[in-house]
Design a binder for this molecule. Structure first.
Ligand SMILES: C[C@H](O)[C@H](O)[C@H]1CNC2=NC(N)=NC(=O)C2=N1
Length: 84
């Protein structure tokens, strides 16, 4: 079940998928996510299959979802703009 910001709670993690026009657009978006993750020292798990990226956010040191994951989810949403 998805909450208001599009992320679902799934087995100790927040999960969400995004689709892009093509791989280049997906990878450009991921680069922005990577730069943000480095800045805040909190990193997403993801898989990328051509134009689809599946994220899984969890705090490894805490063994579950923390405020850092909610903050990262919000930042990823902002970088994604109106993409779904
Ligand atoms: C030392 C450094 O703060 C840790 O390794 C950070 C880096 N990024 C991280 N990212 C995530 N998602 N979980 C962590 O526990 C984590 N730990």
């Amino acid at each position: 079940m998805s909450d208001q910001n599009g992320w679902a709670h799934n087995g100790g993690a927040l999960t969400r998928s995004f689709r892009f026009r093509d791989f280049a657009e997906a990878f450009a978006f991921l680069t922005g996510v990577a730069l943000h993750a480095e800045k805040v020292d909190h990193h997403p798990e993801f898989t990328c299959v051509w134009n689809r990226i599946d994220f899984r956010l969890t705090s490894h040191d805490a063994g579950g979802v923390t405020e850092r994951d909610h903050a990262l989810a919000a930042a990823i949403n902002a970088l994604a703009g109106d993409r779904t």
